[in-house]
Every structure is written in C-alpha cells, then in structure tokens.
Design a protein around this ligand. Structure first.
Ligand SMILES: N[C@@H](CCSC[C@H]1O[C@@H](n2cnc3c(=O)[nH]cnc32)[C@H](O)[C@@H]1O)C(=O)O
Ligand SMILES: [Zn+2]
Length: 429
C-alpha cells in the first residue's frame, strides 16, 4: 500500500527550515520526502495544500485509563489526591473499565495529533489490546507500587506484560519495568528491579522528584535527594530510564544524570496545576540529557492535548529565566517529538520525518484565522495551534484519523461505555 501526501508545508524536525513538498509512504515507512514526488504509483493520494505536516507528537508520560477520572478530584495536593482519591478509585476499576478508559485516552490523543505514548498503569493486557486495535504506538509499563506485601503478584504481572506484548502489534508495542517512584518502592525492591532490568536489558519508567514533599520524605528516610538516592542504587548506570516529572533537581542531581540512557519526561501542565514547580529542562538539555514532553494522566492534567503542553513547556522556561529566548518554538516542538522518542527508546524509528523511518505523522489544517498568516511555521505550531487543528493522524503508515473522523474507534460506543463506567468507579469516594 502506497500513500502519497501532496503539497504540505513540511517540518521534518531534522532540519529547521520548512519546505513545501510531498511525502511518499510505502507500507509502514516513509519512502521519500521531496519538493515534488512524481509518478509514485500511489494507491491513495491525500491533497494537503494549506496543511502542515510534522512528526506525530509523542506523549512521554501517561496513565491512559485515568481519563475516566478526569475532573473528578482537582485542586488537591499530590499526596492527598493520590492516596485519598486515585488509589481507592483505581482499586475499583475492572479490566473492562481499564480497556475503555485507555481507549478514551487514545481517541483524544489521535484527535489531537499524538501518535505514540508511554503508559504506566494496571491491567496492562487490556491497554495493550486497545493499542493493538486503535493502531497507536506505545511503550507499556505495569506500575509497581510496593507499599504492602502482595506475594509477588504485581511483579509477575509486570513480567507477563513484557513477555506477552513486547514487539507485538506490528512492532508498535514496546515495554518497560515500572517501579512507581522513590517513595512507593523500598530500596530492596528497587535493587531487584534494577538487577532484572540490567540482566534482561529492559528499560525502566518511573516518577522522580515531582514535589517538595517527596524531596523531604526521601531526605528523612535516606538522607539524600531522590535523584541521589536512585543514582546510588545504580539506576542510571544500569538501565535505560524514563524519568517522569524530574522537577526538583539541583545542579548536582543533574550531574548524576549526565550520560544516562533515556531521559526526562517533562509534564508542565500537570506540574502547574498541582503547583509542583518548574522542571529544569533547559539545564538538563544543556547537559546533554534527553528531555521529552508528556501530559501525565488526565486525572492530574486536564486534557491530553500535547500542543497545550508544548506551549506550557516553552512559557515556563521563559518565565523561570525571565528570558523569552529560552526554549524557542523549534526546540519545544523537537522536545515533543524527537526528544520524547529518545526517552521512549524509539528514536531510531520515529520522531523526525525522514525516508526509512516509520510513517508516524500528522497534518495540521492551517486555513484558520488563528493560524494565519504563515510567517513562521514552527512559531504557529508551537504557540498558536491546538489539538483540534489536526486534520489527519497517521501511525505506522496507517491513517487513524482523516478529516477529523476517527477510523479505528467507534466514538458513539466509546462515549456511552465511558459515562456508564466512570459514574460507578467514583461513587462514594
Ligand atoms: N496503584 C497500582 C500501581 C500503580 S500504576 C501507576 C500509578 O501512578 C499514579 N499516578 C498518576 N499520576 C501521578 C503523578 O503525577 N505522580 C505520582 N503518581 C501518579 C496513578 O494513580 C497510578 O496509581 C497498584 O496498586 O498496583
Ligand atoms: Zn504520572
């Protein structure tokens, strides 16, 4: 199957300058990108004049089924929100709830131009099945909270996910191990997970230094910063690591991360909304540490719109430094694409538009008052566009949304399932 996209304003993210041209997709990969591709023998042509083409956005940190908990308990401190609201609600979720919650998140992501995401949650078989059906790309992790002895059940589920789903769904699914955080996993279990990750070469997805309360707690328990603590456990030396949040890192902490495989997933809207702080993303990138962008679950963030997240990331750095030159448009867009791809460990395959890479890309309709005139395409995409401007979403060469119509998800059925289930889950909490 050959698909030809014609006449788009293309931002490859490999080069800074956009150009008008064509993209030829052959099967799951980009076959060619040129100002004009002639006689490609395409089975299908998308006329994209007036649209921008860019790599699909990659949401580097998510808890997809938490979309069922959107708006249920806002304006609380993180620890209260987690322990009093989220954990009890999660304990009530059935595998079917998880499936529909994950699908709700995927519908929203496809609609707002996200093509891949990193997910940490429970009942991962159901999430994997939803990924297989919706056609998205995902890095899946069974979150491991070890606050009680569960006889090894969580760990067994984590390993089962990896064995069963790694490389599946035409290679769209990858997996990681998910020790939840420095404060929910005791040191002996951290050591066990790190040993396993090193032995089997499995990446690790965790939360790091999200709040000042976490920093105080780890100081009290281990007399270290959260980053120092994980560093001394050998984490950054022994595994590829995805570090969600990474807000409270001092200069020494950043030094511990230098040379790490993986990187940080910046979640600016969630950090703003929970009042957590501003992650030192400019300092991390200056030290050569990869930084991607994520939304976190819709329970703590509000939406899964990565365009809002890109904007928030840029604005926070400018505000933090009192300098509008910090995190310019192109760098913010790169963070949400190639940066996230590095953090997920899939940068060889996605994150830029290049011949030979997987065809994960989006078309954004620029023929709108808030996206005209086109003086500077990166500026428009980083500072003016919203998810609803995405016209077409393509993953692995397959069109998942065209003309804002979802092609792999029955939205009527989805919304009916969601409202019924969401009400039951939160009743009385
Ligand atoms: N509680 C589960 C395992 C954890 S899955 C991942 C967890 O991350 C939680 N989570 C979501 N957002 C955040 C955040 O911003 N910081 C810390 N944890 C979060 C989420 O509520 C979920 O419980 C069990 O009993 O096995
Ligand atoms: Zn999270």
């Amino acid at each position: 199957m050959k698909l030809l996209i014609k006449g788009a304003a293309i931002l490859t993210m490999r080069h800074d300058a956009p150009f008008t041209g064509d993209i030829l997709i052959d099967g799951s990969r980009i076959a060619d990108i040129q100002p004009a591709i002639r006689d490609a023998g395409a089975d299908e042509v998308i006329h994209a004049e007036g649209m921008a083409a860019m790599p699909g956005l990659i949401n580097a940190h998510q808890h997809t089924p938490m979309s069922l908990l959107r708006g249920f308990s806002d304006d609380l401190k993180l620890m209260d929100w987690l322990e009093k609201k989220m954990f009890p609600a999660e304990a009530r979720m059935t595998p079917e709830d998880i499936y529909w919650g994950a699908k709700l998140a995927m519908a929203e992501m496809i609609r707002s131009g996200t093509t891949a995401f990193a997910d940490m949650y429970i009942h991962m078989n159901e999430i994997a099945a939803a990924v297989e059906e919706t056609g998205m790309r995902a890095s899946l992790t069974r979150g491991l909270v070890f606050t009680e002895d569960d006889g090894g059940r969580r760990m067994a589920e984590a390993l089962d996910l990896i064995k069963r789903w790694s490389g599946k769904a035409e290679g769209r699914i990858t997996t990681m191990l998910g020790p939840h955080s420095p404060y929910t996993v005791p040191p002996e279990l951290w050591r066990e997970v790190i040993r396993l990750a090193e032995q089997e070469d499995i990446p690790i997805h965790t939360h790091l230094a999200e709040t000042v309360e976490e920093v105080a707690l780890i100081r009290e328990r281990y007399n270290q910063t959260p980053t120092e603590y994980l560093y001394h456990l050998g984490l950054f030396e022994k595994a590829h690591v995805l570090l969600a949040h990474s807000v409270h890192l001092n200069r020494r902490d950043i030094g511990y991360l230098r040379g790490m495989r993986g990187g940080a997933a910046h979640n600016p809207v969630s950090n703003l909304k929970l009042g957590c702080g501003i992650a030192p993303v400019s300092e991390m990138t200056e030290q050569g540490i990869a930084v991607g962008i994520g939304t976190d679950g819709a329970g703590s963030a509000a939406t899964l719109d990565m365009f809002e997240e890109i904007r928030a990331a840029a604005w926070l750095q400018k505000l933090d430094y009192g300098d509008p030159a910090k995190l310019p448009a192109m760098e913010a867009l790169r963070m949400a694409t190639a940066g996230s791809a590095s953090v997920l460990g899939i940068a060889d395959e996605v994150g830029t538009l290049e011949a030979g890479k997987k065809a994960d890309l989006i078309l954004i309709d620029l023929r709108k008052p808030h996206l005209q005139p086109v003086h500077n395409l990166p500026s428009l995409l980083a500072y003016c566009a919203v998810g609803a401007d995405v016209d077409t979403t393509i993953v692995n060469g397959r069109v998942l949304m065209r003309g804002r119509r979802l092609l792999t998800i029955d939205e009527d059925e989805l919304l009916a399932q969601v409202s019924k289930r969401a009400r039951r889950i939160v009743e009385g909490i």
